[in-house]
Design a protein around this ligand. Structure first.
Ligand code: G1P
Length: 296
C-alpha cells in the first residue's frame, strides 16, 4: 500500500437548497466568490497540497462543473485572436491534476457520496475536501493535514474551534488528549443538539483517511438528518485505529449558507488590488447612508 496521499474526493452532489432559486438549474459549487466558482478554490487547494487525482462526486444537474474543468476551444480561440492573454491564462485547465467524475445516484448523504468513490481510491490513503468550507492560509489547509498524516501514520480530520451557539451545525470531536494542535479523538458526534456538544472542536471539511473507512461506510446506517453520515463511520474507524483531530492554521470561510457567502465575497473582494479602493468607498457610502436613514 502506497503511503503518499495522491487522491482526493470532492463531494458535490448536494441539492444546494439554501441557495434557491439560484441553484435551481445551476450547481451551488459553481456560484462565484468574486469571479471564481467556489469549487475552483477547493481544486486549487488540492493541487497546492500535492494531490494528483481528484474525483468529484456529482449528481443530477451538475454538468456545468464538468464543463468548467474542461477545455473550451472556441473561447480560447476567440481570446487568442483578440490577444487577451490574461483572460486566456484564467481559463486554462490545471496541468498538474486529473479530474474524474462519478455520480451519486441517490442523495443519501455525505458518507454515501464518499463511499461512491471507493473503487477510484482503492487501497491507499486519500483526502476529502468539502466545498462549503474555503480556507485561506499560508500553507494550504490540506497540506497541513497531509503532513500530520505522514508524521503520525493516522487518519487526520481538520478541526477549528467554534462558538457555543454553532456546535449544532457541525460534526464535533470529543478529545481525549492533546499535544500542541493535535488532539487524540475520544469520540465524534454529528450535529449534537444545542447544549449537548462534548466540546467546541468542529470538523471543518478537510480529512485525510485510511481506506479502511470504506468498510465502515459500506455498512453505515442512516444517522443525523436521515442521512448516511461520514462522522458516524469515522466514529467506528476510531475504535479500531485511532484518529487525530488537527486544529489547522488559517481562516475558514463558510460559503455553504447565504450570509457566510456574502461575507466571504466582500472580504475576498477587499483583498483584491483591482477592487479594494472602489469597494471600500462604496461600503463606507452605503453604511453612512443607512446610519442616516436609521437616525431619521
Ligand atoms: C458536513 C459534515 C460535518 C462537518 C461539516 C463541515 O456537514 O457532516 O461533520 O462539520 O460538513 O462543513 P454539512 O455541512 O454537509 O451538513
Amino acid at each position: 500500500m502506497s503511503n503518499r496521499v495522491k487522491k482526493a474526493i470532492i463531494p458535490a452532489a448536494g441539492l444546494g437548497t439554501r441557495f434557491l432559486p439560484a441553484t435551481k438549474a445551476m450547481p451551488k459549487e459553481m456560484l462565484p466568490i468574486v469571479d471564481k466558482p467556489t469549487i475552483q478554490y477547493i481544486i486549487e487547494e488540492a493541487i497546492e497540497s500535492g494531490i494528483e487525482d481528484i474525483i468529484i462526486v456529482t449528481g443530477k444537474g451538475k454538468r456545468a462543473i464538468e464543463d468548467h474543468f474542461d477545455n473550451n476551444f472556441e473561447l480560447e480561440d476567440n481570446l487568442i485572436k483578440k490577444e487577451k492573454f490574461d483572460l486566456l491564462a484564467k481559463i486554462k485547465q490545471p496541468a498538474k491534476v486529473d479530474i474524474h467524475y462519478i455520480r451519486q445516484k441517490e442523495p443519501l448523504g455525505l458518507g454515501h457520496a464518499v463511499w461512491c468513490a471507493r473503487s477510484f481510491i482503492g487501497n491507499e490513503p486519500f483526502a476529502i475536501l468539502l466545498g462549503d468550507d474555503i480556507v485561506q492560509s499560508e500553507k494550504p489547509c490540506l497540506k497541513q493535514l497531509i503532513e500530520q498524516f505522514e508524521e503520525t501514520g493516522k487518519s487526520i480530520i481538520g478541526v477549528q474551534t467554534v462558538g457555543e451557539n454553532e456546535t449544532d451545525r457541525y460534526g464535533i470531536v470529543a478529545p481525549k488528549t492533546y499535544e500542541g494542535k493535535r488532539y487524540e479523538v475520544d469520540y465524534l458526534v454529528e450535529k449534537p443538539k444545542k447544549g449537548s456538544a462534548p466540546s467546541n472542536l468542529a470538523i471543518m471539511g478537510r480529512y485525510v483517511l485510511e481506506p479502511e473507512i470504506f468498510n465502515f461506510l459500506e455498512e453505515q446506517e442512516k444517522g443525523a438528518g436521515g442521512e448516511i453520515q461520514l462522522t458516524d463511520a469515522l466514529q467506528k474507524l476510531n475504535s479500531t485505529s485511532s484518529i487525530i483531530a488537527y486544529d489547522f492554521d488559517g481562516k475558514r470561510y463558510d460559503v455553504g449558507e447565504v450570509l457566510g457567502f456574502i461575507k466571504t465575497t466582500i472580504e475576498m473582494a477587499l483583498d483584491r488590488d483591482d477592487l479594494k479602493e472602489e469597494l471600500t468607498l462604496f461600503l463606507k457610502e452605503i453604511l453612512n447612508q443607512s446610519s442616516i436613514d436609521h437616525a431619521k
